[in-house]
Design a protein around this ligand. Structure first.
Ligand code: SF4
Length: 455
């Protein structure tokens, strides 16, 4: 079956990619801005910068989040760029979870983190819902012993519909998950299949139904605009189905083809430059259509990627806190976090990751100590993804007037018709929000604009 899918993908790439098309076509690369400076500037020779922060006293006014990476999936999606394993048995998974807990244990003893209670906890992957009920219970009991959840405002958990039963969802709720995020991506079985997803629409409906009756604070569904074989008609149908399903929140991403995806591998082998997915203007049109449709149905657009049913009750603690400079204690293979302004990323493969822990070392692969200006820039660009931010916030926190510091990029984006300043607010309009990641690169420092290396 896997072989059949690979052949189909290969044929698709050969048939649909056009090497001479440029500009608006989707080419390989990762343009999504999730941090600053970009990961490619974090270096192994900067890892020593992490230890002094961990030995410094606990900060008084910085929130803490805990992230755990579960790198297991039933099957690798063709567009996936994460480090995932599809072949691990129960013993190997147990060994991995033990290693992640050991990592957490090392951190729990460091002066900078000792005694801190997380404001939010996030289980990402990979597929956290791939774990069994027993594994989840044991894992979270031990996590709570190390970093208690009694003051935690949000516990977010990513799930793949095909891994969920009613019983497992009950267990996920009972360990304390408040925000369940279902990776549905599309409701059409053909599109799910050609893009290599493990689940089908039947499983998505079933998981959504169980989740909504079990009383999670928030049920989110993820959709992707512009998957292979997506058409305008199907996309509209998919959005209408999502509205009928009545989730609390919907996250919509525009399909990208980063270099480490199976699709890119096929493109490289076939000598193709453009990917066999919709071009950028089409994807923007589709997301815009979706935002309008959700608004008609009573939802509110509250970032470049999300709509929420009730903005008063649907909180995004992890997002808002991270984008306002919270510390992130991140454990697990390939995961990335930061303490006191020092970014770090763990070893990307399970072997070196577990070996480092066996040898009593933290499994950090690369790091980057940010300076004042980089921290200011990071928070500013991330907050612009919300569609607005306040000048006074940066004045108070960084003693900086962002309209002066970023006068040039603000002028450029204003001239493009995407940005306005109204009183204390800097706003990005809908057209700007639909291509926010592309616009945000304007704010990057000259030394961080080498996009070839932006991985
Ligand atoms: S489910 Fe998510 S993490 Fe797993 S292979 Fe698919 S895209 Fe990657």
């Amino acid at each position: 079956m896997a072989q059949q899918n690979t052949e189909t993908l290969s044929e698709r790439v050969k048939a649909l990619s056009h090497p001479l098309e440029t500009g608006d076509e989707t080419e390989a690369g990762n343009y999504f801005v999730s941090n600053y400076p970009p990961f490619s500037y974090w270096k192994p020779d900067m890892v020593d910068e992490v230890a002094p922060v961990l030995m410094s006293p606990t900060p008084e006014d910085t929130n803490l989040g805990v992230y755990l990476h579960i790198p297991f999936c039933r099957k690798r999606c063709h567009f996936c760029y994460f480090r995932v394993y599809t072949d691990k048995n129960a013993n190997e998974i147990k060994a991995y979870l033990d290693a992640a807990l050991q990592e957490l244990e090392v951190y729990a003893d460091k002066p900078y983190l000792k005694g801190r209670k997380p404001q939010f906890v996030y289980f990402g992957g990979g597929t956290p819902s791939y774990l069994s009920i027993g594994q989840l219970q044991e894992l979270t009991d031990r996590m709570k012993d190390l970093f208690p959840w009694d003051e935690t405002e949000e516990v977010a958990f990513e799930a793949e519909p095909g891994t969920l039963t009613e019983k497992k969802l009950e267990a996920i709720r009972d360990i304390g998950v408040t925000r369940l995020s279902l990776g549905i991506e599309n409701f059409d079985d053909h599109i799910l299949e050609v893009n290599g997803r493990a689940h089908r629409s039947k499983e998505a409906y079933r998981a959504l139904g169980f989740a909504q009756t079990l009383g999670f604070d928030q049920v989110n569904i993820d959709l992707i605009a512009g998957m292979m074989d997506e058409t305008e008609d199907n996309w509209k149908k998919c959005v209408d189905i999502a509205i009928e399903q009545d989730p609390d929140c919907v996250t919509i991403y525009q399909m990208e083809i980063p270099y480490n995806t199976t699709i890119y591998k096929e493109m490289a082998e076939a000598g193709k430059v453009t990917a066999p997915v919709a071009n950028w203007s089409k994807k923007r049109d589709w997301v815009n259509w979706a935002f309008n449709r959700f608004e008609e149905a009573g939802y509110t657009v509250n970032s470049a990627y999300t709509v929420v049913k009730n903005p008063e009750t649907t909180k995004f603690v992890y997002r808002d806190s991270l984008w306002a400079g919270a510390d992130l204690l991140s454990v697990g293979v390939a995961s990335f976090g930061h303490f006191g302004g020092v970014h770090y990323q763990n070893q990307a493969d399970v072997g070196p990751y577990m070996q480092a822990l066996d040898e009593g070392r933290l499994p950090i692969f690369r790091a980057y100590p940010t300076n004042h200006d980089e921290r200011l820039l990071r928070e500013f660009v991330l907050q612009l993804k919300l569609g607005k931010t306040n000048i006074s916030y940066f004045q108070n926190k960084y003693d900086a007037d962002v309209t002066e510091v970023f006068a040039e990029p603000i002028k450029v984006i204003k001239e493009r018709g995407f940005l306005s300043i109204e009183g204390d607010e800097i706003r990005i309009n809908r057209d700007g929000m639909l291509q926010i990641d592309k616009q945000l690169h304007e704010f990057f420092m000259p030394q961080h604009r080498d996009f070839e290396r932006y991985t």
